[in-house]
Design a protein around this ligand. Structure first.
Ligand code: SF4
Length: 366
């Protein structure tokens, strides 16, 4: 190790040089915007009144003056940045109804993002969703308001695990649920969502496939097909907490309630439900059937968001929150737009392979 006159090692000089030649940050490219005032003025009250109309069933009037200035500021900064906000169905109603431009499940969001001419995507969801947006829209700047917004499913498996699985099971197709890192998608044959998992499993025409990483989704799909669906050991920490006994207890208390569940729940929970489907299918089911009372067995913000669009339906909320999704708040979205952080960029060599897996699924869908 050589030491310079200044006591700096050659290694650290190299690091400094590498840093100074690294690509400019999103903040350097777009510049800083002055932080807006967050006073609840008559102008803010008037501009946000139509938004409050949409959420008045779930956000008490007394809370609105605390939320409205940030909502107003975000909506103004979005235009200044030419940004679009993508919000997952599990975002809280102030985000979902207050500032989002596009809402939906993770894949709907990424696909819709490819159709926008915005320069910036602010991903209100978890990290793998921001990666998918970057994979499908590499020319846009993708920001996530909190880099620590992870996912128990995505963290249960790595690209190296998939390579080992393939080595041990040559010739068996490997399908990955979209809730995985870009590194994992890059090693798989195709992606799927909870909406199209059965179709993707049967599309190979083989007698067995791997469907990773959610063991419950894989088991629920396996119950509907003759294809042997092999699993890995991941689970969503929100959906696996529901139990069949809990559902039976709810029915005893209220036999009229309709129960609908997400297929990330254990199979015995799905078996107790009146309907099981993806978040998009659950929303459609409630809007179409308009049951008197419904219980959504999924992350609890989704019930809040659907409730505001179906005021005639009484929602019973067994509340399991996703701690990762809940890291995304209005305050952090505002910081993202002011300071252009945190940028999510997938290594181009990984993104290229991961894009193939995602696009195969999209093409299969259409
Ligand atoms: S709800 Fe489950 S699958 Fe979705 S982000 Fe949270 S932990 Fe991951």
């Amino acid at each position: 190790m050589t030491t310079t006159n200044f006591g700096v090692t050659c290694e650290s000089v190299e690091q400094t040089t590498a840093f100074s030649t690294s690509p400019p940050s999103a903040l350097q490219r777009f510049g800083l915007i002055e932080r807006p005032s967050l006073d609840y003025t008559p102008e803010v009250a008037e501009a946000t009144a139509p938004i409050y109309e949409k959420v008045k069933h779930i956000i008490p009037a007394i809370e609105w003056p605390a939320l409205a200035p940030t909502i107003h500021a975000i909506n103004r900064l979005k235009k200044e940045r030419n940004a679009v906000i993508l919000a997952h169905n599990y975002m809280t109603p102030d985000i979902f109804h207050g500032v989002a431009d596009i809402v939906g499940d993770s894949l709907q969001l990424a696909i819709e993002a490819t159709h926008t001419d915005a320069d910036v995507i602010v991903q209100c969801g978890v990290h793998f969703m921001a990666e998918t947006s970057n994979i499908l829209s590499p020319d846009k700047t993708v920001l996530i308001p909190d880099m620590k917004a992870g996912c128990s499913l995505a963290e249960s498996i790595t690209g190296a695990d998939v390579r080992a699985l393939r080595e041990r099971n040559p010739g068996v197709p490997i399908i990955t649920y979209v809730n995985t890192s870009a590194d994992v998608k890059a090693e798989c044959d195709i992606c799927c969502t909870s909406s199209n998992a059965l179709q993707v499993v049967e599309s190979f025409g083989t007698d067995k496939v791997f469907l990773i990483p959610d063991k419950y989704l894989a088991a629920n799909v396996g119950n509907k097909t003759d294809v042997e669906v092999l699993v890995s050991d991941g689970a969503c920490e929100v959906h696996e907490r529901f139990t069949a006994q809990e559902l039976r207890d709810y029915r005893k208390i209220d036999p009229e309630v309709k129960i609908i569940a997400h297929p990330e729940c254990p199979p015995e929970v799905v078996a107790e439900a009146d309907f099981a489907g993806s978040t998009a299918h659950m929303i459609d089911w409630v809007k179409t059937k308009q049951p008197e009372k419904v219980m959504m067995i999924t992350e609890c913000s989704m019930a809040d968001n659907v409730a505001s669009e179906t005021p005639g339906v009484d929602f019973i909320r067994p509340c399991n929150l996703c701690p990762h999704m809940k890291r995304i708040t209005l305050g952090k979205i505002l910081d993202s737009l002011v300071e252009m952080r945190e940028e999510v960029v997938v290594d181009p060599s990984i993104a290229e392979k991961a894009r193939i897996a995602v696009e195969r699924m999209i093409n299969l869908k259409s």
